[in-house]
Design a protein around this ligand. Structure first.
Ligand code: B3K
Ligand code: ZN
Length: 869
């Protein structure tokens, strides 16, 4: 744990490094108590740097055993050592620095640096984990070629891996063995990786466009080896897609993926040696849901795509994180869209952005996609940097067209391959390749907040002219109260009364705070379809009537906007019902609302996946974002009322559709089959709201007969909301059937954590004592504590404050072992100002309690202190 108050680091203070590294060679002697690391690096002073500039190396929690420069052991005057760095004085222009350190991976519960998971060694170095391995210029603008030699007990750790190509291996007389890996590509230390353990692998091959053979391997513990096929096929699809869409080929002879159980996030793009959370590798129809299959393919793609966007061209400093993450998320979204349903993918991504990123932008942690300051960089792997970052990249494509975007990408790689660059370099490549002036676009990188775009329409029947009056405004966020107007691509269409496009999609460029756009030869008063495909990460308002929204739900040629019209209608209905309830008035659903939902449900021409999306109401979290001050109990009650009203009114349609879709057949993961399963399970989800014991039996039957995890878990989730014998039986059965499989058991923990039943928190507390629960394992923490705090607003926000106390207790415990996870878990308390006074006060009290904790990590300190300012 860091002592004292953490420092703020500013982008404006960036200085280029004084020394670069020509080559670095590492030797790891892995032991059971400790590990010895020898790092020999050749430093070269950069041009223009003063001859007396010290060499600055970072290091944390290291025992320094030896320190030599050009073969000479340094004396106390030659260097200065602190808890966080090592400065070496009297450096010559060229110097070989040899450093020997001792570390304790077996005791490393932060899961950053070198640590053990299930008895195997692995590393996580991004962002600043390499400094927990050795003293080094651990900053992304110092790139070097790495040679890694690993020595370890052969029986315990038969597999020894690092980045690049294997260039030597052999046995040692004492029962140990060794392997040497050389990575010919220059890389920053954050892309370093080492794995040593008792692992099996599956192997495949890929021939690149230029005809090179690449060996592909996925490493795992033996008992999961049969669940790697989907990840392997996904990898091959990703390699092919990047060649076709962006002309980018893989560059080493081998690509390895290692699955580990204890991992702070999803996966890591280390050069040639990805380390993955096992959750994002293993899949079989019995154990993984459709969502898991798609997520695995997407994350395998994401990490693979980083090889160019992140590794070959990397970030100059950590403020530039979105340069690689926003761009790589955009690339993985396009990959999924090209392989599956583009409309469904867009809906899912926008849903995620609106629920989580908009909330972040409205919170004390709001930051631009390129932040200007941070205390702990790990806190900035956020929805803003990733998902809004991806939307910003998508806007280049919307503004420049697909070909223009591709030309920009080509120029970016042509200019910057092998370099550590900034988001300005990316913008310049896009502008220069297209002869475009994108100066105003820079504001998306510098200003936080979700812009609000308001549209009003005039129609002049005599002149046949339609005019859209558009304003934009961005709320204040911590970095700036006043915002300059953004360059916003606003994709619009105009619909005639028959539902036809009078004007097909046109991209309007908003540049001012208020502008007008006119359309001529419009024969009748149109209904505008605005922000088609969600062409910019903004909140859009237009005074639609319910009838217009229902019309758009039926007719908009833009599938995304058809869905969005339904979401708007639902949200407005919910807000009106909440207001009526508050006034003490009775509230119910209009007949038109019910028939609009019936029309969607029964529209056989509509893709089942889109029907499923359209039938899904905005989440409680989405509603909480707009219903202020927020009362989670009232939100839950109204949303449930709508669900049950629709379920009762449409019961026959729901049952008919359920039966029609509930057909046996081989489980396949294609867009149509996934869509059919999701629509069927949406029907079941609705039917679960009908008070009828027959429905409990139906759910139980689906649970028992399901041949795949998607259907089993969907049925279990419905039962989980109902106090009935079938619920207990199914949960017990699930437990007994899957207790040997940690990943499946995460689903069992998570489903119970989101139950609306009254005893939920008490049950969670019991589950924390379950032999399979482990606070040191991030997947378990996310499944039980994370699901409760982030996906169970009803109980997390219990008015007695019990949910907040539970979360704070766990944050404090977690902080002592894994600050990154603690700092993720504390975030639901961040939005305390949005709640009604009782809850708001109780949330704030828990933040204050956490803040008062002695020795709090910098990670949690940053979130808590920003929340309370
Ligand atoms: N680059 C990693 C994330 C590292 C997180 C460090 N706290 C995974 C990814 O985005 O691909
Ligand atoms: Zn990434």
């Amino acid at each position: 744990m860091k002592q004292g108050q953490p420092q703020t680091i500013y982008l404006k203070d960036y200085c280029a490094p004084a020394y670069r590294v020509d080559a670095v060679s590492l030797v790891f002697e892995l032991g059971e108590e400790s590990t010895q690391v020898t790092c020999v690096a050749n430093y070269r002073r950069n041009a223009g740097v003063a001859t007396d500039a010290p060499l600055e190396l970072y290091g944390e929690r290291l025992e320094l055993l030896a320190l030599r420069v050009n073969g000479r052991t340094l004396t106390a005057d030659d260097y200065a050592l602190s808890d966080t760095d090592l400065r070496i004085f009297g450096m010559s222009a060229l110097a070989t620095v040899e450093i020997v350190t001792r570390i304790y991976p077996q005791k490393n519960t932060s899961l950053e640096g070198l640590y053990q998971s299930s008895g195997n060694f692995c590393t996580q170095c991004e962002a600043q984990g390499f400094r927990k391995i050795t003293y080094y210029p651990d900053r992304p603008d110092v790139m070097s070629v790495f040679t890694t030699q690993i020595l370890a007990d052969k029986a315990k750790y038969p597999v020894l891996l690092s980045n690049g190509n294997l260039t030597g291996s052999g046995d040692l007389p004492d029962g140990r063995h060794w392997a040497r890996w050389e990575d010919p590509f220059h890389k920053p230390a954050y892309l370093f990786a080492l794995v040593a353990g008792n692992l099996q692998h599956v192997e495949d091959h890929y021939t690149t466009l230029s005809g090179r053979d690449v060996t592909l391997r996925i490493y795992t513990e033996a008992h999961n080896i049969d669940k790697c096929d989907h990840a392997m096929q996904s990898l091959k699809r990703a390699m092919q897609w990047d060649e076709q869409r962006f002309g980018l080929e893989y560059d080493l002879d081998i690509y390895m993926v290692v699955a580990v159980d204890d991992f702070n996030m999803g996966a890591m793009e280390n050069k040639g040696l990805n380390v993955f959370n096992s959750k994002l590798v293993f899949a079989s129809p019995e154990t993984a849901t459709d969502g898991d299959y798609i997520a695995i393919e997407s994350v395998i793609g994401h990490e693979y795509f980083h090889n160019w966007t992140g590794n070959r061209v990397t970030c100059r400093d950590w403020f530039q994180l979105s340069l690689k993450e926003g761009l790589t998320v955009f690339r993985d979204q396009e990959f999924t869209s090209d392989l599956h349903s583009r409309a469904v993918k867009r809906i899912e991504d926008v849903r995620k952005l609106r629920t989580h990123q908009f909330a972040e932008d409205a919170s004390p942690m709001a930051h631009p996609i390129r932040p200007a300051a941070y205390m702990e960089i790990n806190n900035f792997y956020t929805m803003t940097v990733y998902e809004k970052g991806s939307e910003v990249v998508r806007m280049y494509q919307t503004l420049l067209g697909r070909d223009g975007f591709r030309n920009g990408m080509d120029l970016y790689f042509q200019r910057h391959d092998g370099q550590a660059v900034t988001t300005e370099d990316f913008l310049a490549a896009m502008a220069d390749a297209n002869g475009a002036d994108l100066a105003q676009f820079q504001r998306w990188y510098d200003q936080a907040g979700t812009p609000e775009v308001a549209v009003r329409m005039d129609y002049d029947a005599a002149a046949k002219t339609c005019t859209l009056h558009v304003t934009q405004n961005c709320p204040a966020t911590p970095e700036a109260a006043l915002k300059q107007p953004f360059l916003i691509p606003l994709a619009v269409g105009l619909l005639g009364s028959e539902g036809q496009d009078l004007v097909g999609t046109a991209v309007l460029k908003l540049t001012e705070s208020a502008q007008q756009f006119s359309f001529n030869d419009i024969p009748e008063m149109p209904v505008p379809s605005l922000l088609r495909g969600f062409s910019a990460p903004v909140r859009l308002s237009y005074p639609y009537t319910s009838a217009e929204l229902i019309f758009l739900m039926k007719h908009d040629s833009d599938a995304f906007n058809r869905w969005d019209a339904g979401q708007r209608l639902a949200m407005e209905t919910i807000l009106a019902m909440l207001a009526a309830q508050e006034r003490g008035e009775a509230c119910g659903l209009e007949h038109d609302f019910i028939s609009a939902y019936q029309a969607v449900l029964t529209d056989a021409n509509l893709d089942p996946a889109l029907r499923a999306e359209a039938m899904t109401l905005p989440s409680e979290a989405d509603i909480a974002e707009v219903a202020r001050p927020c009362d989670p109990e009232a939100i839950h009650a109204i949303r449930e009322l709508i669900y049950s009203t629709l379920a009762n009114a449409l019961r026959i349609d729901l049952e008919t559709l359920y039966d029609a879709l509930n057909t046996d057949g081989e489980y396949t993961v294609d867009a149509l089959s996934i869509g059919r399963r999701s629509l069927k399970n949406v029907c079941l989800d609705y039917l679960g709201r009908v008070k009828d014991e027959g429905i409990h039996a139906l759910c139980h039957q689906q649970y028992q007969e399901a041949g795949n995890m998607t259907d089993a878990l969907a049925a279990l989730a419905v039962l989980n909301r109902i106090q009935c014998p079938e619920r207990d039986a199914a949960l017990q059965h699930f437990h007994d059937r899957w207790q040997h499989d940690a990943l499946v058991m995460d689903k069992w923990f998570a489903v119970q954590a989101v139950s609306p039943l009254p005893e939920t928190l008490a049950e969670i507390q019991t589950l924390m004592q379950h032999p399979l629960f482990d606070l040191r394992n991030p997947n378990k923490v996310r499944a039980l504590i994370g699901s409760f705090a982030m996906r169970n607003p009803l109980h997390f926000h219990a008015q007695d404050g019990s949910g907040y106390v539970f979360l704070a207790d766990n944050v404090l415990q977690l902080d002592a072992m894994n600050p990154q996870i603690a700092s993720r878990m504390v975030r639901p308390l961040m939005s305390w100002r949005h709640y009604e006074p009782v809850r708001s006060g109780l949330m704030k009290a828990q933040l204050e309690r956490i803040q008062a904790q002695q020795g709090l990590s910098g990670d949690v300190f940053e979130i808590v202190s920003k929340s309370l300012t």
